[in-house]
Design a protein around this ligand. Structure first.
Ligand code: HMG
Ligand code: MG
Length: 298
């Protein structure tokens, strides 16, 4: 049956902003995190400790993490692709680190400059160090339905990656449809492949609305019992290594759907829309959320 409660991880400050061309000042990122937590988000993906040559927008990771006034009960996560990233992240005391692999070999090469097998070798010491430091570990799996370079991705590839991540001690995983090509049954297959290695509470859906399928895919995931999802306030996002990828599904749109279905999220939609309007105003555009636009112009 469909879960009665959903936990949302807002990835806007990281996944959302990483692709923005103009630098967003750390103070604006910090204010966005503050507004998200005021709106009731209990998990926020704040930044990444990656090479500033690869992703310049995240070069202020330390400034952002140390500038946040943390709220009790909120978990702050950050991306760490290797030990170098972990070693700088750990100074900023994240609650969770994220290693990020890809179900597609070609995407792995473009995104993190190594094969899937090599990525697991790099992640293993990161996971070990994080767990030893009492920091939780999530694994993001990109291109679980389709890849911009390889096309369709078979569910077996997803199961393979999920098994490798489970094997090195990753505690939960995100099933990401990075380029938004998924439709409900395909997304369910990717989730089921992941569920071969992780329990239902440890699997989250991460959908992009590129083809307008994200809410349908969310509903399809709910039908399987999945109750953790990633989304991005104001639909911020795109991936620098997935050309044409639009934003993640907007948190506002997901919350509106869930509230309409009587599913508890703990999120105040009005405050969430304010947070989305804040960052969208800064970027000089309308929120990429149908719900936000509808409610703001009502
Ligand atoms: P590389 O060039 O293969 O690594 O990059 P390297 O070890 O040869 O190092 C090259 C240079 O980077 C060296 O500096 C290192 O010190 C430095 P130099 O000597 O040239 O001055 N370096 C670092 N600097 C800061 N932090 C680090 C770090 N590591 C090395 N952690 C690397 C490999 C992984 C670092 C690079 O490819 C990289 O940074 N990639 C990040 C790409 C990225 O952030 N992509 C977006 C993630 S989004 C995603 O995956 C999908 C997801 O959002 C879900 C979805 O939406 O679908 C999760
Ligand atoms: Mg994304």
């Amino acid at each position: 049956s469909i879960p009665s409660r959903v936990r949302l991880i807002d990835v806007g400050p990281r996944d959302g902003l990483q692709n923005e061309k103009t630098p967003v000042p750390a103070a604006v990122k910090i204010e966005l995190v503050h507004r998200l937590q005021q709106a009731g988000l209990k998990e926020i993906e704040v930044t990444s400790y990656v090479s500033p040559k690869w992703v310049p927008q995240m070069a202020d990771n330390h400034e952002v993490m140390s500038g946040i006034t943390r709220q009790r009960g909120v978990a702050y996560s950050v991306l760490t692709p290797n030990l170098k990233g972990f070693e700088s992240a750990v100074l900023d005391r994240p609650d969770e680190i994220v290693v990020f692999g890809s179900a597609s070999e070609a995407f792995s090469q473009r995104n993190i400059n190594c094969s899937i097998a090599e990525s697991i070798e790099r992640f293993a010491p990161v996971v070990e160090a994080a767990l030893a430091a009492g920091i939780r570990v999530r694994g993001a799996m990109s291109c679980t339905v389709g890849c911009p370079y390889e096309g369709d991705i078979a569910p077996e590839r997803v199961a393979y990656l999920a098994g490798l991540l489970q094997g090195i001690g990753v505690q939960r995983v995100d099933v990401a449809d990075t380029i938004g090509v998924g439709t409900p049954r395909k997304v369910q297959k990717a989730l089921e492949a992941t569920l071969q290695h992780f329990g239902i509470d440890e699997v989250s859906g991460h959908f992009h609305d590129t083809y307008g399928q994200a809410l349908s895919n969310t509903l399809a995931a709910l039908e399987l019992g999945v109750w953790n999802f990633q989304s991005s306030v104001a639909g911020l996002g795109g991936c620098p290594y997935a050309k044409g990828a639009t934003g993640n599904v907007a948190t506002e749109d997901v919350v509106y759907m869930l509230q309409g279905m009587g599913i508890e999220t703990g999120i105040d939609l009005d405050l969430l829309i304010d947070a989305g309007a804040y960052i969208s105003d800064f970027l000089g555009r309308k929120p990429n959320s149908r719900v936000a636009v509808a409610l703001l112009t009502r």
